[in-house]
Design a protein around this ligand. Structure first.
Ligand SMILES: [Fe+2]
Ligand SMILES: [Fe+2]
Length: 189
């Protein structure tokens, strides 16, 4: 298997400057959260490095990756690159770097949608994507604060922000995102 640094070189070539900077920010935040919550730091760093590796492919290219590996994906996922780059990134990570760690692959896959019964690694990547140092949106400082105190509460807040944003933008909400949000809400009680 290639080293982290070798994979980083490829990822830097696949992404714009801005998105590569975001990716390195996610690696930084994921490292911090993994240490804080007892998650395998190497897995968190690798998943963070690769989480957006398919984000700048065209929708067609993402769909091709998914159909070549015959992964099941519903129409809503297949027609929206904002959602599909998670699954497509997982497949790209497998194909290009022979990543076989299912926990790492799953964290890449679900970072766009969330799901029910997210692992701690899934949550770390999901959250790091929101709070990495380059992020600047109303409420990000509050989210960073909560992320240092309670992983589930921070993930819930992340879901809530996403869902509110989608409603404000008059966009559809992927059903699994609602189920994931309800699931983590239970863990917060
Ligand atoms: Fe992403
Ligand atoms: Fe991202």
């Amino acid at each position: 298997m290639l080293s982290f640094d070798e994979i980083q070189v490829s990822v830097s070539q696949w992404l714009s400057k801005k998105r590569f900077k975001h990716t390195l920010g996610v690696v930084e935040s994921a490292t911090h959260l993994a240490e804080l919550y007892g998650v395998d730091v190497e897995k968190a760093r690798l998943a963070a490095l690769l989480h957006d590796c398919a984000k700048e492919l065209s929708l067609k290219e993402m769909q091709k990756l998914v159909s070549a590996e015959s992964y099941e994906a519903d129409q809503e996922l297949l027609s929206n690159g904002n959602l599909l780059h998670g699954l497509a990134g997982m497949i790209r990570a497998k194909q290009e770097f022979s990543i076989s760690d299912n926990e790492v692959l799953e964290a890449i896959r679900v970072h766009t949608t969330g799901k029910v019964h997210m692992s701690k690694l899934d949550k770390v990547i999901f959250l790091a994507d929101y709070i990495e140092p380059n992020r600047d949106f109303p409420g990000v400082d509050e989210l960073r604060k909560v992320a240092d105190q309670n992983l589930d509460k921070a993930v819930l807040l992340g879901f809530d922000n996403t869902i509110i944003h989608l409603i404000e933008q008059k966009q559809s909400i992927y059903p699994l995102t609602i189920l994931g949000r309800n699931d983590v809400l239970q863990s917060c009680k």
